[in-house]
Design a protein around this ligand. Structure first.
Ligand SMILES: Nc1ncnc2c1ncn2[C@@H]1O[C@H](COP(=O)(O)OP(=O)(O)OP(=O)(O)O)[C@@H](O)[C@H]1O
Ligand SMILES: [Mg+2]
Length: 322
């Protein structure tokens, strides 16, 4: 394994069971994460973009070790951590969630919220307090907030606390699940700048989950487009914006103002288009919506193939281009 690669997944899957209403028998599965192969290098920010329900949070939860995968492999720094996490890697993977309002326990003082992950790791109270003060400063808050309760803080301040809480254990890999989407626009910008600054200072590796293409473009080195539990396209951000290949990526980007007026995407949608992607269980998960689909797309699921250097796409159209 390339020593630069800090996070690697191989065919990672998370299926949720669907049970019948009365007998509670398993009648199917939601394939929330359905075979994800990823490599994230140390110091890289991977932006994960995709529509609601595409599996971004589920992938984040699996990578944060908060949800067990159904299948596949997960490596951190070359160590297989799919089903366990060695003691020396505890605290090395942390997650920041979208909602700083419900994430904080309203009954706990900020100091107790921040100190808790350190005490759980066995750090003694004096050292833990010192560290907490240091990280509070890092996220731009003064020590007076330590004795505050969550209701005394604004949304932006709460998210700063959640970032500090994620960072106190000195992680190497941080998953950020839409960390700014519940904040007002000017606060969003401040938090994004803060995350960028901290990443550079601490040489962190980020998985940044977002709906917002502008934010993904600003923060990421690489962008992965997720659809229906799978990565359908991945490349460095410049390539994704200048040469999107997957029909879904093109559709996503067509809603995003492009500096190149010639790159408009307005394909004809076939008349028999079917929005219910689930019925095409065998073929490409995007076939139901794809304006370019061929018979093959209904029969066989495409692999993620590298069509040019470090630019991978999961689409039959590009099969002959490799
Ligand atoms: N605990 C669960 N039990 C059953 N199904 C779930 C569970 N959590 C998520 N799902 C389903 O898995 C799929 C992926 O959900 P997920 O929350 O990962 O998507 P997302 O890309 O994060 O969406 P959003 O952009 O809205 O946050 C959805 O169909 C969702 O309904
Ligand atoms: Mg989500």
């Amino acid at each position: 394994m390339n020593s630069d690669v800090i996070v690697k997944t191989v065919n990672l899957k998370k299926y949720y069971e669907i049970r019948s209403k009365y007998l509670k028998r398993v009648i199917g599965y939601v394939k929330a994460v359905n075979g994800v192969d990823l490599e994230i290098k140390r110091g890289e920010t991977l932006g994960l973009v995709g529509e609601s329900g595409s599996g971004k949070t589920t992938l984040g939860l699996v990578l944060a070790k908060l949800v067990k995968p159904t299948d596949g492999k997960y490596f951190l720094k070359g160590i297989d951590i799919t089903y366990s996490l060695p003691k020396n890697l505890r605290g090395k993977i942390r997650i920041v969630f979208q909602d700083p309002y419900s994430a904080l326990n309203p009954r706990l003082k900020i100091v107790d919220t921040l100190i808790e992950p350190l005490l759980a790791q066995g750090v003694d109270k004096e050292n833990a307090k010192e560290k907490v003060a240091k990280y509070l400063k890092l996220v731009g808050l003064s020590e007076e907030y330590l004795e505050s309760y969550p209701h005394m803080l604004s949304g932006g301040q709460r998210q700063r606390i959640m970032i500090a809480r994620a960072l106190v254990t000195e992680p190497e890999f941080v998953i950020l699940d839409e960390p700014t989407s519940m904040l007002d626009v000017s606060t969003q910008a401040q938090i994004i700048e803060l995350l960028k600054k901290i990443k550079n200072e601490k040489n962190l590796t980020y998985l940044f989950i977002t709906h917002n293409l502008a934010v993904a473009r600003y923060l990421s080195d690489t962008i992965a487009i997720m659809f229906s539990g799978q990565i359908v396209e991945i490349a460095d951000k410049k390539t994704i914006f200048s040469n999107p290949l997957h029909p879904y990526t093109k559709t996503l980007l067509s809603a995003y103002p492009s500096p190149d007026p010639s790159s408009t995407w307005s394909p004809e949608i076939p008349e028999d288009i079917d929005n219910n992607t689930l019925i095409y269980n065998q073929g490409c998960s995007y076939a139901g919506r794809c304006p370019l689909r061929k018979d093959l797309c209904l029969k066989t699921s495409p692999e993620l193939i590298e069509v040019e250097n470090n630019h991978k796409v999961r689409c039959h159209i590009y099969k002959d281009r490799t």
